[in-house]
Ligand binder design. Structure first.
Ligand code: SF4
Length: 375
């Protein structure tokens, strides 16, 4: 099996998307973001691809951008021109920051293929520099507008894969790994250890095992709104079908009625909460335990005591007696919430699912208002 950082990351984000993209190879349209990123990468490749440690002048770099510009994916000429102008500004800043200390890179756009537990792992390393005084720094250019938190860089999969590849291809352990965010002109640097490389080997193997086992469940995630495969995904297919001419109008009526009832139900519960506050305040003031309605029915007020043990105190008392295990339990609801949170890696999710004695699937129907959530 052949994988890359992008395909692993796609799989971990959504296995179904991986299947659409890498197995079924459904066509995707070019996008401004992809074309723009590609253009900057190409221009920077030419900028750094020199045998002498002297940077080309700014004019040459901007000319490289013009020559390497990838046109696909823009809405119209106006949008493309504004991206091109932005690209020129980005590279002007890049030149200002990098030309004075220009060095001949140790590696540039280096394509690699390494074996990781039976998986062919491929990738392209943007650049590797020698650090003055010794050691190597791997750099990857990013065209995101916003910087991620440092913690994301410290556990970034792509950088760990490059660290692993540098060891396999050149037998070196890079001292520094850097994401170079071109738009805000900021570097974010981190380090990796051989332990990180081992962990990522296991991660690659897990993804490969899941793919081999045909596990391609959809994983709703914050990027779904921009997914190119919505027309094929069970999350969005009905919307696409309806937009193209409703083939099941009877069911659409049922759905509309369900949505209407759910909305009214929310309104009813909201109003019940409001009235409960008024009723409780009135009963407190007058000492009533029941309030009677016009038809003779009554609202009865009953105290409900909610108690919560002081966990630290319980632990203090029971732990020395060896009895703490008797009151500790895995909360099935919390466990389900954790699994559904989609924050776990697929292998961890699988292990937790398998750890449950009985896996019963129930479907709740939740209303997602367009203005509250577009997924
Ligand atoms: S829309 Fe979301 S769940 Fe569906 S395939 Fe795309 S990423 Fe996966």
């Amino acid at each position: 099996m052949r994988l890359s950082y992008t395909s692993i990351s796609t799989y971990e984000t959504c296995p179904l998307k991986w299947r659409f993209q890498y197995e079924e190879r459904l066509p995707t349209a070019p996008s401004p973001a992809l074309s723009f990123g590609d253009s900057l990468h190409r221009a920077l490749y030419r900028f750094h691809n020199r045998p002498v440690p002297v940077a080309p002048p700014l004019g040459d770099l901007l000319e490289m951008l013009d020559e390497e510009w990838v046109s696909g994916g823009y809405r119209d000429e106006g949008e493309e021109l504004s991206y091109l102008e932005h690209g020129r500004q980005v590279l002007t800043t890049y030149h200002r920051d990098n030309a004075p200390a220009f060095r001949v890179p140790a590696a540039l756009e280096h394509r690699f293929t390494i074996q990781v537990d039976g998986v062919e792992l491929t990738g392209v390393l943007d650049r590797m520099d020698r650090i003055p005084g010794g050691g190597y720094e791997i750099l990857d250019y990013k065209t995101n507008r916003r910087l991620p938190p440092q913690s994301a860089i410290d556990r970034d999969l792509q950088l760990t894969l490059y660290y692993l590849a540098a060891g396999e291809v050149w037998g070196i352990e890079p001292e520094r790994l850097t994401m170079y965010y071109l738009l805000p002109a900021q570097r974010m640097t981190t380090v990796r250890t051989p332990g990180d490389a081992d962990a990522v080997r296991r991660r690659v193997a897990t993804v490969a095992e899941r793919i081999a086992a045909g596990k391609f469940e959809p994983r709703p995630n914050p990027l779904c709104d921009w997914c190119e495969f919505q027309a094929h995904c069970p999350l969005y297919r009905h919307k696409v079908d309806r937009d193209q001419g409703d083939s099941a109008p009877g069911m659409s009526e049922i759905v509309d009625e369900f949505v209407d009832l759910k909305r009214r139900g929310r309104e009813v519960y909201r109003r019940i909460d409001e009235l409960s506050s008024l009723i409780n305040a009135f009963c407190d003031e007058h000492g009533y335990l029941r309030l009677y309605a016009s038809d003779g029915s009554a609202i009865e007020r009953r105290a409900q005591h909610v108690t919560a043990p002081d966990e630290a105190e319980v632990r203090r008392i029971l732990e020395p007696l060896g009895l703490l295990d008797r009151v500790l339990a895995v909360d099935p609801k919390r466990l389900s919430d954790l699994i559904e949170s989609r924050q776990l890696r697929p292998d961890v999710e699988d292990a937790l699912l398998a750890s449950r004695e009985e896996v019963r699937t129930q479907y709740g129907l939740f209303l997602k208002d367009p203005q509250r959530a577009r997924r």
